[in-house]
Design a protein around this ligand. Structure first.
Ligand code: SAH
Length: 257
């Protein structure tokens, strides 16, 4: 689901869910990257309230939960992901602190200034980085943190093919300094940014997909939508291998003033 390509909306919704449900992660990332982002957040206690928005099946949420105190609410639009999320929390005996609920990140069920931390890996693009930062701020306490990962340009110029791909898929993609400026404008102190290492894409996102794709195609043999979904993911992977010097995911950590 790192693919913000519009064409993905043409695919059968349930097929997309099935495809990504078989993966531990639905976007690029890794336990190490989650822990690194967590290391910049210093205000958490057992009373803390944390939200993971666009949590998927909770790969990163469970890492966070094992390394941070407080209550965590995961929110995702897809019921199938939330079902798996809650099952994962139970398997890890985290169900008393970690709960997944179905909902949309643009209609959050929180009180004003209720949260100490908003977490969101590879998901804010669904409502747009700037809109997300502005909308979510009201739910954070003063001094609360925001940690989001977002696809970003590494250079001020890049080859047309990759530029065109992302302009079509997610026109809000921008350079790191421009994203940081948006964060500052929205009222957050930019605490840290770091580029997710390549293995967050290759080892933790694309390699598990390659295996899942074979089984998925076998199960849906002859299904055009399923074949197109896999072809689209493979194309995105190929683009990443060719153009990874020009873009990637970046973690942005900010503190609400
Ligand atoms: N954070 C997870 C999943 C990233 S994929 C990870 O890093 O692995 C993006 C997720 O956003 C998907 O699980 C998708 O179902 C969810 N999503 C899409 N639109 C949403 C919305 N409006 N509100 C909440 N979740 C949404």
């Amino acid at each position: 689901m790192s693919n913000e390509n519009n064409s993905i909306h043409e695919f059968d919704f349930s097929l997309i869910c099935e495809y990504f449900s078989s993966l531990e992660r639905q976007g690029p990332g890794s336990p190490e990257a989650t822990l690194k982002a967590r290391s910049f957040i210093d205000n958490l206690t057992n009373q803390s309230r944390i939200a993971d928005l666009g949590c998927g099946t909770g790969g990163q949420t469970m890492i966070l939960a094992r390394n941070a105190p407080g209550q965590i609410t995961g929110i995702d639009l897809f019921p199938g992901f939330i079902h798996l999320f809650n099952r994962n929390a139970e398997c890890l005996h985290l169900q008393n602190r970690v709960k997944g609920i179905i909902g949309s990140m643009d209609k959050l069920p929180f009180q004003q200034e209720e949260l100490d931390l908003i977490w969101s890996e590879g998901a804010i693009y669904n409502i747009g980085f700037e809109f997300g930062l502005n909308t979510w701020k009201q739910y954070l306490k003063s001094g609360g943190y925001l940690a989001v990962s977002e696809v970003s340009w590494f250079t001020s110029e890049r080859p047309d093919e990759i530029n065109d791909f992302w302009m079509d898929a997610y026109p809000q993609i921008d350079t790191i300094p421009n994203k940081v400026a948006l964060m500052q404008k929205a009222g957050y102190i930019p605490v840290a940014t770091f580029i997710l290492p390549e293995n967050c894409w290759t080892e933790h996102f694309y390699a598990p997909q390659a295996k899942a794709q074979e089984e998925f195609l076998k199960k849906h043999a002859g299904n055009k939508a399923a074949e197109e979904l896999v072809a689209s993911e493979r194309h995105e992977m190929q683009l990443y291998h060719t153009y990874k010097d020009y873009y990637g995911y970046v973690f942005y950590i900010g503190k609400k003033i």
